[in-house]
Ligand binder design. Structure first.
Ligand code: AKG
Ligand code: FE2
Length: 203
């Protein structure tokens, strides 16, 4: 009999695929091109600051929040201005809602300007999202890898590339057990926009 070990290095958790829904060509390349151009030109992109322990650091990407009066987004403890829905974003929200049967009342936009922009390991887990939030994520522009790792077992990982026009829905208890990120890259990259449609619960 082999030695008993509390931490068996060979054991990995398989990523539970029922926590995701994925549609590679949700938007046609023409629709995705047009939306990317409009958003690059017209979204009120801001670079926010973020508290990291006792330091304040600049977020390595640009963001913008759109939504109805029933959603107010408070990013990193700063009350953020909510931009009213534009016709394009509202139409996209309705299209996702109709096709998949979920409800959203706001969308967070991230702009990764190049390979040095990123979002660090995190979970979208806050009381204003409710218990098992559904988040619909549309990617435009540069394909970047979306990485997952198990919160309490970092060796268990899963990664998928998110190309132009793709839709990924995160659901179930994903935000409870798995963290996600967009890593920086040493390879030069063009810009990527990501839209995450969310449902903010009224307090
Ligand atoms: O850019 C992405 O694909 C994900 C962004 C993200 O995780 C977030 O905004 O919470
Ligand atoms: Fe996230």
């Amino acid at each position: 009999m082999g030695q008993l070990s509390l931490f068996d290095a060979e054991e990995f958790y398989e990523f539970p695929k029922d926590l995701l829904e994925y549609r590679e060509n949700f938007l046609s390349s023409k629709e995705a091109d047009e939306l990317k151009d409009i958003l690059l030109k017209t979204a009120p992109w801001e670079q926010r600051t973020q508290k990291m322990y006792d330091k304040t650091v600049v977020t390595p990407r640009l963001t913008a929040w759109y939504g109805g009066n029933d959603s107010s987004y408070d990013l990193d403890g700063n009350v953020s201005g909510t931009n009213p829905w534009t016709p394009e974003l509202y139409a996209l929200k309705e299209r996702i809602e109709k096709e998949f049967g979920y409800k959203f009342n706001g969308v967070l936009l991230n702009l990764y300007r190049d390979n040095n922009d990123s979002v660090a390991w995190h979970r979208d887990k806050e009381s204003r999202y409710g218990k098992c939030p559904v988040i619909a994520s549309i990617s435009l522009g540069q394909t970047r890898n979306f990485d997952f790792r198990k919160k309490d077992h970092h060796q268990s990982k899963y990664s998928l590339p998110l190309p132009h026009g793709s839709l990924l829905i995160m659901k179930g208890d994903l935000q409870e057990n798995w963290e996600h990120r967009i890593a920086k890259s040493i390879i030069a990259m063009k810009e990527r926009i990501n839209l995450t449609f969310r449902l903010i619960l009224n307090r």
